[in-house]
Design a protein around this ligand. Structure first.
Ligand code: SF4
Length: 499
């Protein structure tokens, strides 16, 4: 969708994405990489560079627990090699054991882009054929189109009750001229994102480009607003002494659930909540605080400095210092609170969801997301569906694919001599991107060799492009053969192909 808050940018340098980490709170994917079982090459090579809350997915995949992956495609043109990144991400998660969903965003294409239903049908078929040809298993996964999925429509209606116009205005720049169908397509998209959790709450990842992050944030928000059961209540049902229970419930009740996914924020909020709580309200005695402090100290907290106004009537200064220091240790403290009470946060959250589901709620988990870099256009700048020379369509004649690669701009130097001397600029080269994102497949060695030879001056652009062009031709030939082979599979799949 056309979002206002995040602009796609074409360069492949990670520093360009720094803004996303700093301003929008997207986390670096590298930090979770080692938790991921058999990471996909797009993860290993940093093409998938960011995430929101991916840890629960990695954990579920590792432990063979329920997880889901979902992404949607707006059928506004032919699928191209940029879309292949998302296809690959869905398929990889499916192969790792996640329930996989791919949807055709036909309502959005119609309302936000003004596509006719005939155009939509044709493009939808092309997207689905490529997805199946690349390995999506329709027997294990689910394909659907927005307009014919009644459950999605009902959920969209419910979610719409949790959102209002001013919100959509500030997120998407909607104004008095925005038509109602466009707004409806937004809540439909929110329903798509939460749809995998309709039967049971489970970690769900949405692979997208970073420009789609506003959708993810809104969906995470709405997931929380649909919750009516507080995590603190789950804590309260753990085996705790009454005083401990009161303290924990008291603190956690003051947390903003919308921010409950971020460990650091969570700790800061715990700290704030404790600080803001009048002693009387804490309703615990010095002996309990003393016990907490002992446990914190046992967990490695050291008293440092006094800083506050309460507790001192009942707890000693040193003990209080220890608590405050521990609290200020952000993550540390949160973990030690958990340790101190022998609580398991994930277990408490799960319990909260179970109770909610038992009481007729959804118990949604805030959806997670992963973000991949945009491919640079073959002619430089951004890869765009509307500029044929800038991208390679998965439907391009293999010879045209070959020619487009041959005509691509490179990160090469003015002369061969200069290139041998200084090396090429692989980091700025759309051809190198083709190798890294697609042509090397799973072969890291090959991708690395191309890179090293380029920057080391051993590789010259003419030969390099020739090799890439041949590989592209082969890829397109094979892909298109597979598309023909899976045509029957698509006919048998449980999705309406015509509107
Ligand atoms: Fe790009 Fe290859 Fe030239 Fe290096 S040698 S700049 S990777 S085309």
């Amino acid at each position: 969708a056309d979002d206002v808050a995040l602009d796609p940018w074409g360069s492949s340098s990670v520093s360009d994405y720094r803004k996303l980490f700093e301003e929008f709170g997207i986390e670096e994917f590298d930090e979770v990489l080692e938790a991921v079982p058999n990471p996909h090459y797009l993860m290993r090579r940093g093409v998938i560079f960011g995430h929101r809350d991916y840890r629960p997915i990695a954990e579920a995949l590792r432990n063979d627990e329920p997880a889901a992956v979902l992404s949607g495609f707006m059928p506004t043109g032919d699928p191209h090699i940029g879309h292949k990144l998302v296809f690959d991400e869905i398929i990889w998660h499916q192969q790792q054991g996640a329930d996989a969903y791919a949807l055709i965003a036909d309502l959005e294409a119609n309302s936000a882009r003004g596509m006719t239903w005939e155009e939509i049908d044709e493009h939808a078929r092309n997207y689905l054929l490529s997805l199946l040809a690349l390995g999506f298993d329709p027997d294990e996964g689910e394909l659907y189109r927005q307009s014919t999925n009644r459950e999605v429509q009902d959920l969209a209606f419910e979610l719409g009750a949790e959102a209002n116009f001013s919100e959509l205005e500030s997120i998407y720049g909607f104004d008095g001229e925005t038509d109602v169908s466009h707004m409806q397509s937004v809540v439909t998209q929110m329903a798509d994102i939460l749809y995998p959790q309709l039967d049971e709450p489970k970690p769900t990842v949405i692979p997208v480009g970073p420009d789609q992050d506003p959708h993810v944030r809104l969906a995470r928000d709405l997931a929380e607003r649909m919750r009516f059961f507080k995590v603190s209540e789950a804590y309260a049902s753990f085996e705790l002494e009454p005083e401990e229970r009161a303290l924990v419930a008291n603190v956690y009740d003051r947390l903003d659930p919308a921010e409950f996914d971020d460990d650091t924020l969570r700790c800061v909020h715990v700290a704030e909540a404790i600080e803001e709580t009048p002693l009387e309200d804490l309703d615990v005695g010095a002996d309990v605080l003393g016990a907490v402090l002992t446990k914190l100290e046992e967990a490695g907290m050291e008293p440092v400095r006094p800083r506050t106004r309460f507790f001192d009537r009942r707890a000693t200064d040193e003990a209080f210092d220890a608590l405050i220091d521990a609290i200020e240790g952000e993550k540390r403290v949160y973990e030690s609170h958990v340790d101190a009470f022998d609580l398991d946060v994930a277990a408490a959250e799960e319990l909260a969801r179970e109770v909610e589901v038992e009481n007729g709620g959804y118990g949604f988990q805030p959806p997670s997301s992963i973000y991949h870099r945009f491919m640079t256009g073959l002619t430089g700048g951004k890869m765009s569906s509307s500029i044929p020379a800038s991208h390679i369509s998965l439907l391009d004649d293999p010879e045209d694919g070959y020619d487009k690669v041959k005509a691509a701009t490179t990160g090469g130097r003015e002369t061969a001599e200069e290139q041998r001397e200084k090396g090429g600029r692989a980091d700025e080269c759309p051809v190198y991107e083709l190798y890294a994102y697609l042509l090397s497949g799973d072969d890291d060695e090959f991708a690395k060799r191309v890179y090293d030879e380029c920057v080391g001056g051993e590789r010259l652009c003419g030969d390099c492009k020739e090799q890439a062009a041949q590989l592209m031709r082969e890829f397109l030939e094979e892909h298109q053969e597979k598309r023909e082979e899976v045509a029957d599979l698509l006919e048998d799949a449980d999705i309406e192909l015509e509107s």
